[in-house]
Design a protein around this ligand. Structure first.
Ligand code: BGC
Length: 729
């Protein structure tokens, strides 16, 4: 009897435990069956129409079966303005100005998964309102070189941080009935020669550094689309790279969605047909000349590509359409569209992200936050104080409903209580055509510097807004920066200004590290920000004047100089004879700086607050059994300062001895904790099995090697406050 009860209980438990996956499985199976039924009614011509572009951002439709053309748009800072069908010029309807979100580097600087989800939700809502099925975002390529012109569009140098943020972002986005298209798969880590470069990376670096973000996006986030990148990987174009697409993405990870090429990334009909590319998108040729258009039709007829592989592509496209309820959908109607875009609630939500993205790098003698009551005048210097960054950078370009500049944010905050003296200080001009090279990059204007010095002298405090912008050859698509220096003579400007008025705060707006000149030692306050979206100016003013306590942390290492960065130190950037060897292997970002003992300017995970946090009482399990699903680590954090604030506690692991090489530190957990002044909280971080594992290429599997692990809890990767040890058995 007792056994019968236990047995029944087991069945009941198993039923409830298994129910969600059973339901999911069967719902999915129903979709697959519907996809198959539609597929069986299609002619080869119709199938071919569905697998390539028929305008710049859409595929062919099959109206007789209610199959729409898939409509796509770029992101991720918002939904790109409507462009012409056959070229990239804005169509100019005047109703597509929408939300302008902080860049993904900013989202990553928040270290806040809830804000990543909010970002995705906002983006998904606007994508839906704009009538698109697929949002061509997020981009999550690893920051390998500080020079990559698209770093600001991506998140981080660390695969764990990316994974933890990309999953909620995609879930938020897709909760609106639109598909995320995570990009650029994979190893597209520089813009120089991006369309031709052949990347050679070993299997461990691939699995442990370059792929985990994509793996999480697909397996946990449920991304419905993936964009193949421009570059080659081990000799074959990534967009239909057999190892990446067939073996790993569709094979090991079980991806059921669709693989879309980057624009003009396909180069060969047979490989595209046989090695896993599902949709060919592009720019240049007439649509029927696409590799996956008439040439593909002919290849099938000649038996060079099987109709079965075409069916697999079409089934995936239909699956995505069914997931989005797009079959037999009503025609898209733009009536009233503008009123639904950029509603105040959504705009205000972008500000929350911006506020938490701001990283305080230096605050000598607590110069920040500034106190309005203690100043009569404020010098605001720098072209970035009045620059708008929404329109620029390449495919991310959007028509923002509005963009509050730093100067506007300060004017609003200070009203007539403080006199603002503004001068640009350096000659930045923003090009509306991002491919137009800005020839003034190296220009120093002694006249503008002299004016800035005068303005600084007559003001109580100075704030310089500098950094980069989205002009071609700075932070924009298609080309990398040529060096890590601040352009337009900003180093000289800052040095001269701080000599004239030591109460100077520098605010950098850029999504990648820049080399900080000698002025760094004399400037008491420094804030680093990526591009912060439509509410940038307001968010900055809130932090500068203390309404918001900064809580951002760097999602990448800030090297002292370019030569310190691993790819440059090894001479493996931008590659030779068309090949780039990722010889640094696993040693990307802080993994390199820590293990090779190179002192960075600011380490990964660094960021100050107006308050202080004390860490204590770390509890870690003494031993872990290799098969345990999760291990919980506890510790306390107390806010010991005067301000309420948020701290990002980071958990790194290190295996003391291992037969395989392992970096000195690897981020495996973090928590953003909000603490009132004086408050203490217990923080709980869960480590799963994968946290202790590495990829063993010989076994083709993730494995852990028994041994002693250090568990390091810190406020940054180089500010470890608590240490524990656990034995993995
Ligand atoms: C970019 C992609 C973008 C596509 C469409 C390409 O140049 O690399 O990120 O989605 O253009 O605009």
């Amino acid at each position: 009897m007792k056994n019968r009860i236990i047995f029944s209980l087991l069945i009941i438990t198993c039923f409830f435990a298994c129910k969600p996956s059973l339901e999911k499985g069967s719902a999915d199976q129903k979709l697959q069956a519907k996809a198959d039924s539609l597929l069986s009614q299609l002619t080869l011509e119709e199938k071919i129409a569905m697998i390539h572009a028929r305008t710049k951002f859409s595929t062919g439709a099959v109206p007789r079966l209610g199959i729409p053309s898939l409509r796509m748009s770029d992101g991720p800072c918002g939904v790109r303005m409507e462009i012409n069908l056959d070229n990239f010029d804005p169509i100019g309807w005047g109703n597509d100005d929408g939300i302008y979100l902080p860049a993904l580097t900013a989202v990553a600087s928040t270290w806040n998964p809830e804000l990543a989800e909010e970002t995705g939700t906002i983006l998904g809502q606007e994508t839906r309102i704009r009538g698109k099925h697929i949002q061509l975002a997020p981009g999550i390529n690893i920051h390998r070189s500080p020079l990559n012109g698209r770093n600001w569009e991506y998140m981080s140098e660390d695969p764990f941080l990316i994974s933890k943020l990309v999953v909620p972002l995609i879930q938020g986005l897709q909760s609106n009935g639109v598909a995320a298209c995570v990009k650029h798969f994979a190893l597209n880590n520089q813009e120089t020669n991006r369309c031709t470069v052949n990347v050679k990376a070993d299997e461990r670096a691939l699995r442990e550094i370059y792929l985990p973000g994509f793996e999480a996006a697909v397996k946990e986030g449920g991304a419905l689309a993936v964009m193949g990148s421009y570059n080659k990987f081990r000799g074959q174009y990534a967009t239909y790279n057999k190892h990446l697409v067939q073996d790993i993405l569709k094979g090991e990870w079980g991806f059921k969605g669709t693989v879309i090429s980057d624009w003009d990334a396909a180069h060969n009909t047979l490989e595209a047909g046989n090695d896993g590319l599902d949709i060919e998108m592009g720019t240049e040729r007439p649509y029927d000349k696409y590799f996956m258009a008439k040439p593909m039709f002919d290849a099938v007829k000649q038996g060079l590509v099987s109709e079965k592989s075409i069916d697999d592509k079409v089934r995936r496209i239909l699956y995505v359409m069914l997931k989005l309820n797009a079959i037999n959908e009503a025609p898209f109607d733009t009536t009233g569209m503008r009123a639904k875009l950029a509603i105040p609630k959504r705009c205000m939500a972008t500000r929350k992200v911006a506020e938490e993205a701001i990283v305080l790098l230096k605050n000598s003698n607590n110069i920040l936050p500034l106190d309005i009551s203690k100043m009569k005048s404020l010098a605001v210097i720098g072209a970035n104080a009045i620059a708008k960054h929404s329109f620029g950078g390449g495919s991310t370009t959007i028509e923002a409903r509005y963009e509050i500049t730093p100067l506007e944010g300060l004017q609003k905050k200070l009203g007539n209580k403080v006199k603002i003296n503004y001068t640009p200080g350096y000659p930045q001009t923003l090009k509306s055509d991002w491919q137009n090279y800005d020839n003034t990059l190296d220009t120093i204007s002694p006249k503008m510097i002299a004016e800035a010095v005068e303005v600084a002298k007559k003001s109580d405090y100075v704030i310089i807004f500098g950094g980069l912008n989205h002009n071609f050859k700075l932070e924009a698509e298609g080309v990398d920066r040529k060096n890590m220096k601040l352009p337009y003579g900003q180093d000289l400007l800052i040095s001269e200004v701080v000599k004239a008025n030591p109460k100077t705060i520098v605010v950098l707006l850029c999504g990648s590290p820049v080399e900080l000149g000698g002025w760094f030692h004399s400037v008491p306050g420094l804030l680093q920000n990526s591009f912060l979206g439509m509410e940038a100016g307001n968010a900055l003013a809130e932090v500068i004047f203390g309404d918001v306590n900064p809580s951002g942390k760097l999602p990448y290492t800030f090297p002292k100089k370019l030569a310190d960065s691993p790819d440059h130190a090894l001479g493996e950037y931008p590659g030779k004879d068309g090949i780039i060897h990722y010889n640094e292997g696993l040693y990307v970002g802080y993994r390199y700086y820590d293990s090779k003992k190179v002192e960075p300017m600011f380490p990964f995970g660094y960021g100050l607050s107006y308050t202080q946090f004390k860490y204590s009482d770390l509890t870690v399990p003494k031993e872990i059994i290799g098969s345990s699903d999760s291990v919980v680590v506890h510790f306390n954090i107390k806010n010991t300062g005067q301000y309420d604030g948020k701290e990002v506690a980071q958990l790194y692991i290190h295996e003391q001895k291992c037969t395989f090489e392992r970096p000195l530190k690897e981020l495996k957990g973090f928590a953003k904790v909000s603490l009132k002044a004086g408050e203490t909280k217990t923080v709980k971080i869960t480590l799963n099995k994968r946290a202790f594992q590495f990829y063993n290429p010989a076994k083709k599997a993730w494995v852990a090697e028994p041994g002693i692990f250090d568990l390091l809890v810190g406020s940054s990767s180089r500010d470890i406050r608590l240490k524990g040890e656990t034995i993995l058995k």
